[in-house]
Design a protein around this ligand. Structure first.
Ligand SMILES: NC(=O)c1ccc[n+]([C@@H]2O[C@H](COP(=O)([O-])OP(=O)(O)OC[C@H]3O[C@@H](n4cnc5c(N)ncnc54)[C@H](O)[C@@H]3O)[C@@H](O)[C@H]2O)c1
Length: 413
């Protein structure tokens, strides 16, 4: 079923080998869906620091499972909002032509197609992703495979009025929501009471966030929903600390959370002072630097949890840790990559309710011809927030100070 005229060709940003020099915007055929697939028009897509990880690692990235991008180019982009334009028979009852969908790009399934391109014929592969081995969203159209739909990863947008960019940003926000729910504390109300496990950052505790890039900023916002008494943010960039201050100082005050911004060199002293030498209850490492991930254990107090949110490169991911800290101090480490459809659904509700306002995170917008520049700007950490690409447009990357439904409408007009 289809309602609109679908062109024969489209532009797509493809990775054709390892390295930025192999990221190419090119004309390719618009794929047409088989009975078990759906073709969607991409309304908008956001860039993420993780795009650069697949660019730098190609088949060695853990979500690629050996897929050689030099032989089988990958279309990049995994945060987006799409509209179904042609629906294969199998999904006629489930996917509506013309309806808008959010995408959970991390698919908890092995692939149904091209198994021979993965290591060992995809045996043991239990997670694949859009913008990695499945077609990505920096393109005018995207073909959605059946495993995306059967796992609930193509989610109808629940409210018509949600601007496209907010739907795209539900993905990175969902990663943060999922990550913070992975932190588990074993608590007791009194020494003689039974133990219980509590999901999430410790209520009334001290949370430390390392890195205030776009993801670190989102972590600050979501951390406040767990009601810690104090949030310490460590970030070397003056601009990024200033952005964190501008976004959250007032909100934290209203929520009764003490927000402390500091630099890595002063962090030990700040933690010692704030926690009276005890160490923090939660640490979120919102960056992908091995030494910092290792060091994060040192900041933890008794029962503290470090959340290794930033992924490390293959071959540079082994860290040392003092087993006595686990034994005597009950510290632990958790991690997660991406979220589930339930996290996207939760975030869309939060956006609709105004609990999260994603507009403030938008720092750049552009047409599909700006997608490569955007990924470069994310790599060089030039943006104090997220960048949104509208694939139907051809427009250079433009810096903006926040975004809204109105501004999106004007841009697209
Ligand atoms: N787990 C997931 O689901 C998930 C999802 C999206 C992104 N990520 C990862 O999260 C990480 C952060 O993403 P981002 O877009 O904010 O990246 P980014 O590179 O823009 O930000 C990292 C920040 O860390 C700061 N930093 C560097 N050294 C530091 C130190 N020693 N102490 C404190 N801060 C320091 C940098 O100045 C920078 O501002 C990336 O590794 C990304 O791949 C993970």
């Amino acid at each position: 079923m289809t309602e609109e005229t679908i062109p024969d060709t489209m532009l797509a940003l493809r990775l054709k080998g390892v390295g930025m020099e192999n990221v190419v915007l090119e004309e390719v055929a618009v794929p047409r869906p088989e009975a078990d697939q759906v073709l969607c028009r991409v309304e908008c897509a956001a860039a993420c620091a993780s795009d650069n990880k697949i660019i730098d690692q190609g088949g060695k990235h853990s979500l690629m499972s050996g897929w050689d991008v030099a032989k089988w180019p990958a279309t990049l982009g995994h945060e987006g909002c799409v509209t179904a334009v042609e629906v294969g028979e199998q999904w006629a009852d489930r996917v509506q032509v013309g309806a808008r969908y959010a995408v959970q790009p991390a698919i908890p399934s092995g692939p149904t197609r091209f198994k021979e391109r993965y290591n060992d014929n995809a045996r043991g592969v239990r997670k694949i992703a859009i913008g990695y081995t499945l077609p990505g969203l920096f393109a005018e159209y995207v073909l959605i495979d059946p495993e995306v739909i059967s796992t609930g990863c193509l989610l109808p947008v629940p409210y018509e009025g949600l601007p496209r960019f907010t739907v795209a940003l539900s993905e990175p926000i969902s990663c943060v929501v999922a990550a913070q729910q992975h932190s588990v504390h074993v608590v007791k109300d009194t020494p003689s009471a039974p133990r219980r496990a509590e999901l999430g950052l410790l209520k009334g505790g001290t949370t430390l966030i390392l890195g205030a890039g776009p993801m670190g900023l989102l972590h600050i916002e979501i951390a406040m929903t767990h009601e810690p008494a104090t949030i310490i943010v460590s970030e070397p960039s003056d601009e990024r600390r200033a952005t964190a201050e501008e976004f959250f100082a007032e909100r934290a005050q209203q929520a009764g959370v003490e927000l402390i911004l500091t630099v890595p060199d002063e962090l030990d002293g700040v933690i010692a002072e704030v926690t009276d030498g005890q160490g923090v209850d939660d640490c979120i490492v919102a960056l992908g630097i091995r030494a910092v991930q290792q060091k994060s254990f040192d900041y933890l107090g008794h029962g503290g949890v470090t959340n290794l949110f930033g992924g490390l490169k293959a071959g540079d991911s082994v860290i040392e840790l003092d087993a006595r800290r686990i034994h005597y101090d009950s510290v632990s480490a958790v991690g997660s990559s991406g979220g589930d459809p339930s996290d996207i659904a939760e975030v869309l509700e939060m956006i609709a309710a105004g609990t999260i306002q994603p507009g403030k995170y938008v720092a750049a917008v552009g047409g599909l011809d700006a997608a490569r520049d955007l990924i470069g700007a994310v790599r060089s950490q030039e943006l104090e927030g997220k960048g949104i690409i509208y694939p139907s447009m051809r427009r250079a990357l433009e810096r903006v100070d926040g975004w809204s439904a109105e501004r999106e409408g004007e841009f697209l007009a």
